[in-house]
Design a protein around this ligand. Sequence first.
Ligand code: PAF
Length: 156
Amino acid sequence: MSQPVVVDSVAALRAQIRDWRRDGLRVAMVPTMGALHDGHISLVRIALQKAERCVVSIFVNPTQFAPSEDLDKYPRQLARDLDQLGAAKADLAFTPTVGEMYPAGFATKISVGGPSAGLESDFRPTFFDGVATVVAKLLLQATPDCAVFGEKDYQQ
Ligand code: PAF
């Protein structure tokens, strides 16, 4: 079964996207934390209707987990994810390490006011900052023409 190209550095991600752009191709991005299921694959299909190339990021983002939440227990199944992405004809999987996303000395975060105040934030005070920060980073790294997200819970 064919698999997407896999890159784990921002430099390699940017190089591939630059090549596609040079060829006049549009790029759609689907941010995920892996453990892909049919819902994610439906996002890849939508992405490929909107652009000629689809990048899927697979990154279990530590900053959206509270210390009390078990980051280590989050399912990781990269080989299976890549098989599914290959079958769905995604072009590239971006699988950065934590060090690539949050290098030593990383000190910037995005804090979204308004809708992220209260409700779930009362119980998970770092969650929305973590999601907003990593999504902003992914979008700046890939600079896609569009991004496709699943339907989230009400507040997200
Ligand atoms: O919903 C998710 O899977 C994650 O919160 C996201 C948007 C990929 C950011 O880590």
